[in-house]
Design a binder for this molecule. Sequence first.
Ligand code: ATP
Ligand code: MG
Length: 359
Amino acid sequence: MGKIILTGDRPTGRLHVGHYVGSLRRRVELQNSGEYDEIYIMIADAQALTDNADNPAKIRNNILEVALDYLACGLDPEKSNLFIQSQIPQLCELSFYYMNLVTVSRLQRNPTVKAEIQLRNFETSIPVGFFTYPISQAADITAFQATTVPVGEDQLPMLEQTKEIVRKFNAVYGETLVEPDVLLPDSEICRRLPGTDGKAKMSKSLGNCIYLSEEPQEIRKKIMSMFTDPGHLKITDPGKIEGNTVFAYLDAFCRPQHFQQYLPEYANLEELKAHYQRGGLGDVKVKKFLNAIIQEELEPIRARRKAYEQNLDYVYEVLREGSRRAKEKAQETLEKVRASMRIDYFADRALIREYQNRS
Ligand code: ATP
Ligand code: MG
């Protein structure tokens, strides 16, 4: 069995640094490792419509934005298939069969669904499509026979749900689907990067993001007004690291060489943190350091993005070709699924043969 990656993002906005540390950076490394036989990166427009049905223009407008972010980060269409979910109708059919293998109460217990229902104030009016999106996510993953799914922590309950569906399907219809492994970032902070407002998760829907394509002045403004320790009023006050977003971002982005380059009076992040906790280190100095690091990381991404913006025909073709290949793969899986479920009625005149054998 080959090693296959499937992962993706909802086109609900441009991609942000949470996506970058949570999944995007890792995808590019995995892609370039040469260890994977096939890589599928999905722009999940159909999933995004489950909670944006009344605003299809938003989803449509963000498809190229996300594709540009992908290419800017180093996803390479020669190695990874970049595709659009809604262009693969096989995914709907798979979802339809998987729906029979999941109970309503199991979906209601899914922690991510619960949290997102609350976030969107859906309590009394949950769209059915939104409620069942963990099932469609199982279809996305299994359609490509993915062995590896690199995602942020909020996706863990989705992967659990997918594994349950795979086990159930294989138990009922015979060994057909591949059970995927989730790949979380090694560092805990990268699994769920907080928002610039200190909220638990940077999220397009919450508007607390630093976008990958953001201009330098904007990034600086966001970093300088970022949430720190509200008790750290004077420079001499001892400060808290816990819950301090600036230090959370340093954990995600800072490497030892950044100190030699931008803050040589400290050897490493531990020393900087210790000074902050002792008192005597101001927020502004730490924020300026963070700003220098993030600017350095995002500068080449922004430059590459601008170059691709000049060549949208190319980006469009990448998506078209990626979608074509993704569709082929999904069709292959769908045929296996139909055969296992014995709903491949017109293959080899099976229905007639079996009828005759019975009588
Ligand atoms: P939305 O608000 O529309 O749900 P989002 O910002 O949560 O958007 P998604 O497209 O849902 O982004 O997530 C795409 C991928 O990025 C998933 O693998 C998810 O786990 C990861 N991800 C999203 N936000 C973060 C974050 N703040 N930290 C780490 N990973 C993240
Ligand atoms: Mg999300």
